[in-house]
Design a binder for this molecule. Structure first.
Ligand SMILES: [Zn+2]
Length: 315
């Protein structure tokens, strides 16, 4: 049973300028071959007792891209998590590609994207092949997701905060259908597979978000002392070296950089290695902190890694 928030509490919190979290969507399978979220959602659908006493908000579970889940592929026709811009959602004719149709369905179910959305929070569970641990991706400086994610960096030894500011209307990500969202990127895990240790830790982490939403609704999370966090903020994506005019990539991630997500990269550090063994050095803004190093799904997007900057903040 889901307990609902009584109206009197709503009034109190609006006076304090804080909004309650009444509706949460836990999503898996936005990318069909990222199996931790797929299996977590399937498990919780079969066993609602795993999650339904953790918070008073209404919690919906969704396999976002069931067709891709069936195929055990990232997507069928188009990356679903690049189909939620307002422009895509506003297309009047029925789109030919499955994922654009599915994005409109999900938007009708949990949106509509914008100020009148039915959903306060989306927790969208993904996997990455990169060595990123439990990466909590925030698209906006929302007070609840900041607070809760800061708490989780204390509770989980391999949790990190990645801030990827998004203009919500233009953003193509599923999470931006809700008022606030956390995209939970978990790795390294090979796409299309499962890892028991990662599954169990991920389930624990998603549960903690639900419990912290309850703590927020009681007004207690807000009273905790500020937490010092390292915030990795999106700076820019870096492609693989390619010949002018196109063609196959000319180099690989440098072996000394492989797996070193969140580590400082300075001007002059080794970045790529060519196929005939030459080092290509990094030249640019410094220091930066690469993440999504060699993420397999990003080869088609021509992203070798994403560079971030790091700040220490109190959340
Ligand atoms: Zn994904």
């Amino acid at each position: 049973m889901n307990r609902r928030i009584i109206p009197a509490q709503v009034g109190i919190f609006y006076i304090m300028g804080m909004s309650l979290i009444n509706t949460i969507v836990v999503a898996g399978g936005t990318h069909g071959n990222e199996r931790t979220g797929v299996r977590l959602v399937q498990k919780w659908m079969e066993h609602p007792e795993c999650y339904n006493s953790l918070c008073s908000a209404k919690v919906d579970l969704v396999l976002a891209n069931p067709e891709a889940v069936r195929l055990n592929r990232r997507y069928r026709d188009h990356d679903l998590n690049r189909a939620f811009s307002q422009t895509c959602l506003d297309v009047v004719v029925d789109p030919l590609q499955y994922e654009f149709r599915r994005a409109k369905e999900l938007n009708a179910l949990y949106g509509p994207k914008g100020a009148n959305t039915k959903t306060d929070l989306i927790l969208d569970v993904h996997n990455t092949g990169s060595n990123m641990g439990y990466c909590l991706i925030l698209s906006t400086r929302d007070p609840f997701t900041m607070r809760a994610s800061a708490v989780l960096t204390q509770e989980f030894k391999n949790a990190w905060i990645y801030y990827q500011p998004e203009e919500r209307s233009a953003s193509p990500y599923f999470g931006t259908v809700a008022k606030a969202d956390v995209c939970i990127e978990i790795g390294p895990q090979q796409h299309g597979t499962l890892d028991a240790a990662i599954f169990e830790e991920s389930e624990r982490l998603v549960k903690r978000y639900l419990e912290l939403a309850e703590e927020w609704n009681r007004g207690e999370l807000q009273k905790r002392a500020p937490i010092k966090v390292e915030v990795y903020t999106q700076f820019k994506d870096l492609g693989y070296p390619k010949p002018q005019g196109g063609g196959p990539i000319q180099a690989m991630i440098h072996p000394e950089l492989m797996g070193k997500d969140y580590r400082e990269l300075k001007d002059g550090d080794k970045l790529f290695r060519t196929f005939d063994g030459k080092d290509i050095l990094y030249h640019g803004e410094s220091p930066v902190y690469p993440i999504f190093i060699s993420e397999p799904a990003y080869y088609e997007k021509d992203i070798a890694m994403s560079l971030t900057t790091k700040t220490v903040e109190e959340w």
